[in-house]
Design a protein around this ligand. Structure first.
Ligand SMILES: *[C@@H]1O[C@H](CO)[C@@H](O)[C@H](O)[C@H]1NC(C)=O
Ligand SMILES: [Zn+2]
Length: 304
């Protein structure tokens, strides 16, 4: 039941039969293939996502810490589906609730999916993988309703950087990927065999970019408060390549599923950073703090 609902939202809010009426250029085959027009708000919107996030030009923000409830719970009944546009996880045992930060409401996790390569870039750098944890504002009964309001949805974006070290949490997802890769199994959910806790997919949440944007798939509803974490997790390219093998048509693999960058259009992008007094030993003198501040402002932290 949940899966049908989510496919509808992820696609076009139309009918399942339309699931593949929109798609991505196959950049592995032709780097110059233009990005297709998806129509509606995707083409006309002024608060679209993803965007390039950059330290220079961001506003400095300070908020209460983000609060996470049940993200550490090991999921027993997590389902995975190849919806032709991504790999999506849902079916959480209990409500996973996000609050705090600049958020005025409680948000619950609806689904998790990934993009290969990343949709957001940080300081013009694209990462090999981006995980989206999609949350719905609990004042709205479902995602369709939430997508109509600018405070309807929060997506946490987690970027992964290339490493020689396999990522265990991503590895748990990959273990069940074989069952959903083929076109025949598209839109047929399978159980995620390994026990996974959602916070295994989330690095430090003390530092992040936040801005008002949109879903990155049709309908491109401008209902999303984005929280893109600045800390990244390692993943191997072999692991990312496993996702590239999922089929969206008979014999056609989804080599990439990231949307092209959108115009920032003078939107405020806020950079929330770990308070400096927590980044070093207690008893730092004011002058040492000042030096630390200058180093951070110099952007060293983001030359990844
Ligand atoms: C979402 O909620 C609204 C209002 O309760 C309802 O009319 C609509 O049918 C629901 N949509 C889905 C897809 O469940
Ligand atoms: Zn996404």
């Amino acid at each position: 039941m949940h899966f049908i609902t989510f496919s509808l939202i992820a696609c076009c809010s139309l009918a399942l039969g339309w699931a593949n009426e929109w798609g991505y250029p196959d950049l592995d085959n032709n780097q110059d293939e233009p990005f297709p027009k998806w129509g509606g708000l995707c083409d006309s919107g002024k608060k679209q996502s993803p965007i390039n996030l950059h330290v220079k030009g961001s506003l400095k923000g300070e908020f209460d810490p983000l609060k996470f409830a049940n993200y550490d719970e090991h999921q027993k009944n997590l389902k995975m589906v190849n919806n032709g546009h991504s790999i999506q996880l849902s079916g959480f045992d209990h409500e996973l609730t996000l609050s705090g930060g600049a958020l005025l409401h409680d948000y619950v996790v609806e689904q998790i999916h990934m993009h290969w390569w990343s949709e957001h870039t940080i300081n013009d750098i694209r990462y090999p993988l981006e995980v989206h944890i999609v949350h719905r504002n609990t004042i709205y009964p479902n995602m369709t309703m939430a997508a109509n309001f600018k405070d309807g949805i929060v997506v946490i974006g987690v970027l992964y950087h290339v490493s020689n070290t396999r990522n265990e949490a991503i590895g748990s997802i990959i273990k069940s990927l074989g069952a959903v890769k083929a076109y025949d199994s598209m839109n047929k959910p399978t159980l995620v065999a390994d026990s996974l806790a959602v916070d295994d997919l989330v690095p430090s949440v003390e530092s992040y970019f936040t801005y008002a944007g949109s879903l990155t798939t049709p309908t491109c509803a401008e209902a999303v408060t984005w929280i893109v974490l600045t800390e990244t997790f390692p993943v191997t390219l072999d692991q990312v390549n496993e996702f590239k093998e999922i089929e969206y048509e008979e014999g056609k693999q989804l080599h990439n599923n990231y949307r092209e960058l959108q115009s920032e259009n003078n939107r405020a992008v806020v950079l929330v950073e770990m308070p400096e007094d927590r980044s070093g030993a207690a008893g730092l003198t004011a002058s040492v703090s000042l030096i630390l501040t200058l180093v951070l402002v110099g952007g060293q932290k983001f030359l990844l």
